[in-house]
Design a binder for this molecule. Structure first.
Ligand code: PBE
Length: 267
């Protein structure tokens, strides 16, 4: 526990996010594999999870959340991942750009931009921090694009602007994907596209690309986190590969908590 009496009375809860997230499935698996019998995984949303974290952190209370990197919470708070000796949460992975099968034919310029979109975890985190500090996501994305012309110019190399063609980007309201999707939207707008952002749950995001209802998404966490969705819709989308490398998911606690491994939750 955290060294106070409170740790003995703390509810055995893991604060989760939206049920469609791969992180939730992985946490369910962790509960089984580590035999965390009396632990409850609480469903909610990314926003509810960070609100619970903020409240606990400010009061120095114990809390266990489902967490991921890149995320602003690691720059705002002193946090740690619980060790995962059974590797239930997988190793470091990538975020891939996934587009509908006919996108190249229908919108070759947008396709080319999406294909070359690539950035670093620190880039994504800086946009996330700006949004968390109160900036409108679109404004935060515009400012990042303005301040990172060299990077964005590389994505736009040799592309001829279009006039007002419509592109729909699907995304889930995870803070990381709010940041990336808005940045890609701003880059597409620079090329003359009219971009619509469609906020959905994780399953419908993958299904929407497979059915062609949405044109693209930049939120495919692979090979582990979204493995089920990837399998389910395989052959019905085009995978343009990684736009970011070096993500991580797992159970996260404030550093003031004394536990260090998922196995400690069993004691
Ligand atoms: N996440 C953020 C997502 C992918 C992006 C880790 C919460 C998930 O678990 O599916």
């Amino acid at each position: 526990g955290c060294g106070s009496e409170q740790s003995n009375t703390v509810k055995k809860q893991i604060i989760g996010i939206d049920p469609g997230a791969g992180l939730m499935k992985a946490t369910g698996k962790a509960i089984t594999e580590y035999q965390l019998k009396d632990w409850e995984l609480v469903e909610g949303s990314g926003a509810a999870m960070t609100a619970a974290l903020t409240k606990a952190y400010e009061n120095k209370e114990p809390i266990i959340i489902t967490g991921w990197t890149p995320h602003w919470k690691f720059s705002k708070y002193d946090l740690k991942y619980l060790e995962d000796p059974k590797k239930v949460f997988g190793e470091a992975e990538d975020i891939n750009t996934i587009v509908r099968t006919d996108l190249k034919k229908d919108h070759p310029v947008a396709y080319a931009l999406l294909d070359s979109f690539h950035w670093e975890p620190a880039d994504m985190e800086s946009v996330m921090v700006a949004i968390q500090e109160g900036k409108d996501p679109k404004v935060a994305a515009q400012e990042w694009v303005k301040n990172n012309e060299d990077k964005v110019d590389k994505w736009l190399t040799d592309l001829q602007p279009v006039s007002g063609e419509k592109i729909t980007l699907a995304y889930v309201a995870w803070d990381s994907e709010i940041a990336s999707t808005n940045v890609v939207a701003v880059a597409l707008e620079k090329l003359g596209y009219q971009v619509e952002l469609s906020q959905v749950e994780a399953g419908p995001m993958w299904a929407g690309i497979a059915s062609g209802d949405a044109d693209a998404m930049v939120a495919g966490w692979l090979p582990t986190t979204h493995a089920d969705y990837y399998q389910e819709f395989q052959g019905k989308f085009e995978d343009l590969g990684a736009n970011l490398e070096g993500t991580k998911i797992g159970l996260v606690v404030p550093s003031y908590m004394e536990i260090s491994s998922i196995e400690d939750l069993n004691k």
